[in-house]
Write a protein that binds this ligand. Structure first.
Ligand code: PFF
Length: 472
């Protein structure tokens, strides 16, 4: 057997892992949830939860992966010494692939919109930016989006466009991953994550010039403690788990690629800070325009694919402003999505190449990726179809797309997080865990003791409590 894959450089490791974390969740969910739940008050609660609860979970997943030196399924078995724990790993991998399936659909939309932006569909109109006109534009953009996801017109061979883009996006992922962990994922992330940061900065700088900047910034950043309820804390925990890609086998798999002499605590800390920073910047890029034009603040696809294009088309300064800003925004959205999807697909790829055999031979990456392309691609197509009018793809009263989202976010992610904490905090030998976390005594043991204690006693209880509350 050849050498196992690894990330090649420290910066590349951070970029790839931050790439997994920074995704659609940061751009369209965080700013909205924060704005409506107390602004800076939410931000503070969120940051505390990220460091005290989510970071120990992330470290536990890193430990399981780096100690196991294997895919998530095998790493759970190796770390626990019990075959039964493999089930946890396997469930996480398959849930991750299911997330990937619906993630590809949305990421596909970003490709459609890059095209639309570059070809001038969101070029700014001049003058007449009354509330009425803006609302008309939002309605028109809304119709454009609904048509696109609902029927989508026709494309080559009459395949609806959302399906074409979804498959294109998945294929791009497979091509990058075929190059391997360091030459594919790491190399792309090293370029895309700094680019994402710069593009976000460009948008923030452009939005500083808008009249509504102060109002938008204060919506996001003014602390309003009276808006904080027990619900807020639940939101913060759920958002931080999804955003930091926990409980989904992504971080366990990436953990197995971190070099032995790199500090897991610093990787986790930098990733947490980068994720929060990007989410705040996204808010500062988006909200000033909604406040400038007095439109309702929303989140999710409605914000990104309906409201924002209408606002881009209303920016002052000539048609090119709309073209540039909308192109930058949708390229940024694509970078955020693709670096996240790498991690989910890689978790599956590591599993298939290491566990599946044909005629007693393990599979090569290209073969594994072809198998995953077919499996995930099929589920993705069903997810895309489940968004269309008159669909019969309904599971438990929800479209397949929403069902997978809720099942994974509300159930599998928290349970996966608890499992990682119990394994690392209670079942693995303390020495082994400490050796991993301090890289054999190289790094500060005091901090490590703190995170170990949190993972051992506090995190499982807190997450379990929230999980039960969330089901009520
Ligand atoms: N963290 C990504 C986001 O915030 O959009 C999504 C994600 C990626 C979730 C990988 C889970 C995961 F394993």
């Amino acid at each position: 057997m050849g050498e196992r894959n690894q990330f090649a450089s420290k910066f590349g490791t951070m970029a790839a892992i931050a790439g997994s974390a920074v995704g659609l969740g940061n751009i369209w969910r965080f700013p909205y949830v924060a704005g409506n739940n107390g602004g800076a008050a939410f931000l503070i609660i969120y940051a505390v939860i990220c460091v005290l609860i989510s970071m120990p979970v992330m470290l536990s997943e890193f430990v399981i992966g780096r100690k196991g030196q294997s895919n998530t399924y095998r790493s759970f078995i190796k770390s626990s010494g019990k075959k039964g724990w493999g089930i946890v790993g396997a469930v996480e991998i398959f849930a991750g692939l299911a997330i990937l399936a619906f993630y590809c659909v949305v990421a596909g939309w970003s490709l459609e919109y890059i095209f639309a932006a570059v070809t001038g569909e969101f070029a700014s109109f001049s003058g007449g930016d009354t509330a009425e006109i803006i609302n008309e534009r939002i309605a028109a953009m809304g119709q454009r989006f609904d048509l696109f996801v609902g029927q989508g017109g026709t494309h080559i061979l009459s395949i609806p466009r959302p399906i074409v883009w979804t498959i294109v996006f998945l294929a791009l992922n497979c091509i990058v991953l075929a190059f391997g962990v360091s030459k594919g994922i790491e190399r792309c992330s090293k370029f895309m994550i700094p680019a994402l940061f710069l593009l976000l900065l460009v948008l923030v700088i452009m939005s500083v010039r808008l009249d509504g900047f102060a109002a938008g910034a204060s919506f996001l950043l003014k602390p309003n403690w009276s808006a904080v309820t027990p619900q807020t804390i639940m939101f913060a925990l759920g958002q931080s788990f999804f955003s930091l890609s926990l409980g989904m086998s992504a971080m366990t798999t990436y953990g197995s690629y971190i070099q032995k002499d790199q500090s897991l605590v610093s990787v986790a800390f930098i990733v947490v800070i980068a994720t929060i920073l990007m989410a705040v910047l996204a808010g500062l890029a988006i909200f000033p325009s909604t406040f400038t034009y007095g439109v309702e603040v929303t989140s999710g696809p409605g914000l990104v694919f309906k409201t924002l294009p209408a606002l881009f088309a209303s920016l002052p300064g000539g048609p090119w402003v709309g073209i540039v800003v909308s192109s930058v925004f949708f390229i940024l959205l694509f970078f955020a999505a693709v670096t996240s999807s790498f991690s989910l697909l890689e978790a599956g790829t590591a599993y298939v190449t290491e566990e599946w055999h044909i005629a007693r031979k393990t599979l090569s990456r290209p073969v594994a990726l072809t198998i995953l392309f077919v499996l995930v691609g099929t589920l993705s197509v069903f997810c895309a179809l489940s968004q269309m009018e008159g669909t019969s793809l309904i599971v438990m009263g929800e479209s397949l797309f929403d069902f997978i989202d809720k099942l994974t976010s509300n159930i599998i992610l928290p349970l996966g997080g608890i499992a990682a904490c119990i394994l690392v905090g209670q079942l693995m030998s303390k020495d082994v865990v400490f050796n991993e976390l301090t890289s054999n005594g190289q790094f500060n043991a005091k901090l490590v003791r703190f995170f170990y204690w949190m993972a051992r006693y506090v995190c499982p209880i807190v997450i379990f409590y929230m999980f039960i509350k969330g089901l009520e």
